[in-house]
Design a protein around this ligand. Structure first.
Ligand SMILES: Cc1ncc(COP(=O)(O)O)c(C=O)c1O
Length: 372
């Protein structure tokens, strides 16, 4: 089979070509200011993000991983308290719990949305659970109203892991606005990303805000020196300014991703073996990832091979339940849906710089696979 096109999984190099002036002006502004860390540019970016996510406070950090770790640290939970986390996410959603010497409780997910539900939470909850890490997966939000009421009835904190979902909403509730904290990632794999690593913690609680600011700067307090154990987790001014400018482009990028997703949905609509990506009826999906699911592992592997031969790069997010990672070796999980889903999913390229002819090519390949 001749490869007509080579389609990568990410298109960051294309973003640079399209917005070269924005990048060069940003660099000039920051380098000429001479203020590379802790600058007013970072404060300004934080205010813009808090406003965008309808939060009172935002704290720019080195990563979303740090945002998750700091969120749990601010809660100051009793040692070994349990924190519920879906067994299907990027590993950082759960390692943040270990970093705080707390106990992860791995929860199963809904086979349709791939996210937490009230009924799955009920199966794992006991009174030592103090918080839930609620992951908004692939750029969609879970059923927030259900999870919120479950948490409120039991006095559980929700930490919204919105690493993948900036730009999404559900029933007018925005990603980044839910629970005691939200955490955002600006890693280069994300729709809105900086030049390297970056993250954000959002909250409406002033006490948590002050504590997170201490934690990101070695634990330094306003008047009492270094009185908690923190570390260095700062966002460089260069990334803050770049992200501030790029935030204005996010909506257009999310719309483009939705358009591409619509084409993939159409290409899959008549298939019995391939199911299009999940989306809510009311709300905006941010399509950080487009993840289809297959009827069997064999179909998934055949499809992935077929697309690879066509020059189309695909990936699997995620190929095993989190608790199967060696770092969690002693922790049990009864999550049959996760086990099945890991074997049947496939992520298609969905970066916003994908060209129309590339989207057509991928759709044709998906349709051709269905005729084999
Ligand atoms: C769901 C989820 N949580 C947390 C993270 C960690 O983000 P970061 O790489 O910014 O630390 C990621 C990154 O991929 C993620 O997808």
């Amino acid at each position: 089979m001749a490869i007509a096109m080579k389609i990568p999984f990410f298109g960051n190099d294309r973003e640079y070509l399209e917005h070269e002036t924005l990048f060069s002006e940003t660099s000039k502004e920051v380098w000429s200011s001479g203020q590379y860390l802790n600058s007013p540019l970072v404060d300004r970016f934080e205010k813009k993000m808090a406003n965008y996510c309808q939060r009172d406070f935002a704290i720019a950090l080195n990563s979303c991983t740090d945002a998750l770790i700091f969120a749990l640290k601010c809660l100051n939970l009793p040692p070994r308290s349990k924190v519920i986390v879906p067994n299907f996410s990027f590993v950082a959603s759960a390692t943040a719990i270990l970093h705080n010497e707390l106990t992860p409780v791995f929860c199963d997910i809904d086979p349709n949305s791939f996210m937490l539900t009230r009924s799955e939470l009920e199966k794992v909850y006991d009174s030592s659970c103090k918080a839930i890490i609620m992951v908004s997966l692939y750029g969609a939000l879970p059923n927030i109203a259900d999870i919120d009421s479950f948490a409120n009835e039991r006095n559980l904190h929700i930490i919204e892991d919105a690493a993948q979902s900036l730009g999404a909403n559900l029933n007018s509730v925005k990603a980044g606005s839910i629970g005691s904290f939200s955490t955002i990632s600006f890693d280069p794999t994300k729709t809105l990303h900086g030049t390297g690593t970056g993250g954000l913690l959002l909250t409406n609680n002033e006490k948590f805000y002050e504590m997170a600011k201490q934690l990101r700067l070695h634990g330094k307090s306003k008047n009492e020196g270094f009185n908690v154990l923190g570390r260095k987790s700062l966002m460089p001014s260069h990334d803050a300014l770049l992200l501030e400018k790029k935030l204005d482009l996010l909506e257009g990028w999310v719309n483009r991703r939705n358009l591409i997703a619509q084409h993939y949905d159409n290409a899959l609509k008549d298939s019995n073996a391939l199911r299009p990506a999940f989306r809510h009826q009311f709300g905006q999906h941010a399509f950080h990832k487009y993840v289809l699911s297959c009827n069997t592992k064999e179909t998934r592997d055949l499809l992935q091979n077929f697309l690879t031969k066509k020059g189309i790069t695909t990936r699997v997010h995620y190929s095993k339940p989190i608790n199967k990672e060696p770092i969690f070796e002693n922790l049990e999980a009864n999550t049959p849906n996760v086990e099945i889903i890991c074997e049947r999913i496939l992520s298609l390229p969905i970066f916003h710089e994908l060209r129309d002819e590339e989207v057509d090519y991928i759709c044709k390949a998906l349709i051709e696979f269905q005729t084999l």
